[in-house]
Design a protein around this ligand. Structure first.
Ligand SMILES: [Zn+2]
Length: 172
């Protein structure tokens, strides 16, 4: 009785992948490159759809250009903001000067009114005396000082004086 033939181990054929499996075409120069390659070793182009348009050494330049553009845009924005801020400061300073000037004018006018009121009250029972005559001169001087401040237009001032004079009945 013949011994059964021992089972033979299956022949292992070395799995050598074909060129079609390991290689592919560069999407830029169509050269044959390794399938796993990210950059073509012939033309130096990246194999991704976007970066293929740039050589690997150009990518650094591109990034620099983009960063520089952003920096310039930010610089321009910062400069225009600074200009707007300085305009606002100038406007605020002008407004402050106007308020101070107006306040000074009002204070001066009040002091003049207080002065002439005091002169009238002080001499109200001294009609015809030297003190009363002096007070009247001072009052008229104060009025001549205060009126042009309040009514700078001479024609308007004349109309105001005439209207005031009409309030008294004419001298007999
Ligand atoms: Zn290539």
């Amino acid at each position: 009785m013949a011994e059964p033939e021992p089972e033979r181990a299956p022949v292992v054929i070395a799995d050598t992948p074909s060129a079609a499996e390991t290689m592919r075409q560069c999407r830029y120069c169509c050269g044959s490159i390794a399938r796993a390659a990210k950059v073509c070793q012939i033309c130096g182009r990246h194999q991704s759809a976007f970066w293929q348009h740039f050589r690997i050494e150009q990518v650094g330049i591109l990034v620099s250009v983009i960063m520089m553009s952003i920096a310039f845009a930010q610089l321009r924005e910062a400069r225009s903001e600074r200009v707007a801020a300085s305009e606002a400061v100038t406007r605020a300073q002008r407004a402050e000067r106007n308020v101070v000037a107006l306040n000074n004018a009002l204070r001066e006018q009040f002091l003049l009114v207080a002065e002439l009121t005091w002169l009238q009250v002080e001499t109200k029972n001294e009609f015809g005396t030297a003190r009363a005559n002096l007070a009247i001169q001072e009052i008229l001087k104060d009025l001549n000082a205060i009126l042009p401040q309040v009514l700078p237009d001479p024609a308007q001032r004349k109309r105001w004086v005439e209207a005031l004079e009409k309030r008294l009945s004419p001298r007999k």
